[in-house]
Ligand binder design. Sequence first.
Ligand code: SAM
Length: 192
Amino acid sequence: EIVVLRLGHRPERDKRITTHVGLTARALGANGMLLASDDQKIASNIEEMASRFGGDFFVKNNVSMTKEIRKWKEAGGKVCHLSMYGINLPDAVPELKRQNKLMLIVGAEKVPGEVYELADWNVAVGNQPHSEVAALAIAMDRIAEKDSLTTVFDNAELTVVPTAKGKNVIHDNELKEKKEKKQKKKSEEKKD
Ligand code: SAM
């Protein structure tokens, strides 16, 4: 089980990058993303997109960073903070691979010092500055047990068929309608 904790999202400027963190996490095998800022719109957008392409990736909006880390640890999980200042990923991979409940933390601007203390590991994806999306992708790829690039997501309305030229996408319209009906029912129940 892998969850990604996204820190420091600023709704006015990090929309694309946070969306990319969520979609990359999902594509490479994470179960969900915790967003330590309040941006319900972006959380819903990621979930909606994730649902269309299958699987059951979740996004939890506006979490408390310290509460989530504490809860995760109490449940037996380990925490790995991705930071260019940490120990280099190749040295951490054997230990990270052994974990079956792992939280990966990525930041935006400056990450609070507390995170470095709370993490079981502060891990650098090379000790050069780059991007949370790149750091997450490389880390997840290196610690994966099986090749996540060939994963087939179940319950997909949209399935991309690899093709040398152009685009080949299978649309499951029946499933799409089913999901839309379910969604409608849910929001009507909420209103009552
Ligand atoms: N300057 C900020 C700081 O010192 O905390 C970090 C800014 S960086 C654009 C945003 C996030 O990308 C970081 O919080 C970290 O999670 C990730 N990141 C960037 N470079 C990294 C690296 N070399 N290794 C691991 N994570 C990295």
